[in-house]
Design a protein around this ligand. Structure first.
Ligand SMILES: Cc1ncc(COP(=O)(O)O)c(C=O)c1O
Length: 400
């Protein structure tokens, strides 16, 4: 059909079909909006959005409708007022720390066995920028109180269930300790997920997630989310606008898709996790099993009070008796179903060697001090039939 306005081919190629049909239908699933910029029938509306006088979108680094849908969903799941999505869990943690006031002269108190990337961010980036950081065993409440009293930190940072030692944080008590010294409590809820516990309801001020893990749930997207008050989210938004660690709309859509089955997946992962942890305890080649659902876990009672009626999570850590890196690698090499992969929270069961991946950035002396031994294996249990997982573990353990 000839162009009614008589436009030339180059013009038609640049404009034809780009904005699609004017919809008189409502999609049942949020669309992926790739557009970088947004326009309005009336230019004064664009001016109003830029000025913050009305809601809307202007430019993708400032906000995107698909990403916003994810932010609303995660805020709803975490019982938070608002959320801000980021390109990765690390970007989310970094922005959360900046937004609560981490800058030269300030202090942060953090659990010593946080994820290795978080440890490195605090130890190698923020420390060199003049932030004083104290790492401690966050299950020692007295130590947390003393550190808060001495340092008056801007934030106390813990993981609900720590990576990889699976220590459980006493969130209400930690919130009290932080608040008594004027600090905010930031909780990385990646391992627990809002299915097990919602830290904001227990006194935390900020929840961070690596959306790459259980929220996305399928190992195919990198994402991060911070959930907090509307006031602090506005500060996070300012940080994001100038640092640019934005989540893309395709990625946001994948995480949103994952969220729809979060409760089904995590419930199954908890069931499988408990069965496998109980099986590992009795295995002669396994020296120690860390799983909050086992009575031998040091915070088993606390875990029961915080989330036990829903389960104890899909993460298990265990030590191969007398094994070092070579023995662990032989075990990994023998696995046929469980995948040796450096992530977690996937529908597939994954194993990881913390000493060479998640905690590689932590010195071997420091790893030994905090209890990450050379025979330690971290396992993220998937949704497979648990009998098949046990068969695979049994045949691989037989070669160690
Ligand atoms: C508990 C925890 N928090 C944060 C992160 C960082 O997330 P991302 O890899 O999405 O940056 C990870 C990554 O493994 C993690 O395990």
């Amino acid at each position: 059909m000839p162009d009614p306005a008589g436009r030339r081919l180059a013009t038609r190629a640049a404009h034809a079909g780009v904005r699609g049909p004017m919809p008189d239908f409502i999609p049942t699933v949020v669309p992926i909006h790739p557009s970088v910029s947004y326009m309005y029938e009336d230019i004064s509306d664009l001016d109003g959005v830029i000025a913050g006088a009305r809601e809307g979108y202007v430019y993708a680094r400032y906000g995107n409708p698909t990403v916003h849908a994810l932010e609303e969903a995660v805020a709803a799941l975490e019982d938070g007022e608002a959320a801000q999505a980021f390109s990765s869990g690390m970007a989310a943690i970094h922005a959360a720390l900046l937004a609560v006031g981490a800058r030269a002269g300030s202090a942060i108190v953090a659990a010593q066995d946080v994820y290795g990337g978080t440890y490195a961010l605090l130890d190698q980036v923020l420390r060199t920028q003049g932030v004083s950081v104290r790492f401690l065993d966050a299950s020692d409440l007295q130590a947390v109180k003393v550190a808060c009293g001495e340092l008056s930190p801007v934030a106390v940072l813990v993981e609900t269930v720590s990576n990889p030692l699976l220590k459980v944080a006493d969130l209400p008590a930690l919130a009290d300790a932080a608040h008594n010294s004027g600090a905010v409590l930031i909780v990385d809820n990646t391992f627990a997920t809002p299915y097990l516990v919602r830290p904001l309801a227990l006194g935390a001020d900020v929840v961070v997630h690596s959306g790459t893990k259980y929220l996305g749930g399928h190992g195919d997207v990198l994402a991060g989310v911070v959930v907090t008050s509307a006031e602090l989210q506005a500060d996070l938004h300012e940080v994001l606008k100038v640092t640019g660690a934005n989540l893309g709309p395709q990625e946001a859509w994948l995480v949103l898709r994952g969220l729809r089955t979060l409760t089904l997946r995590v419930r199954r992962q908890c069931e499988n996790g408990l069965s496998i942890a109980r099986w590992l305890v009795d295995h002669p080649k396994v020296a120690r099993v860390m799983y909050p659902g086992l009575p031998s876990h040091p915070q088993h009672e606390l875990a029961g009070a915080l989330f036990g009626e829903r389960g104890y999570g899909g993460m298990i850590s265990f030590e191969l008796a007398g094994a070092g890196q070579e023995g662990v690698f032989r075990f990994f090499g023998a696995l046929r179903l469980c995948l040796p992969a450096t992530t977690l929270g996937d529908v597939c069961t994954l194993v990881l060697y913390p000493a060479h991946s998640s905690h590689r950035a932590v010195s071997s002396g420091e790893r030994a001090r905090i209890g990450i031994g050379d025979g330690l294996v971290r396992m993220s249990v998937g949704i497979e039939a648990v009998e098949d997982l046990v068969d695979d573990l049994a045949q691989a353990l037989s070669v160690v």
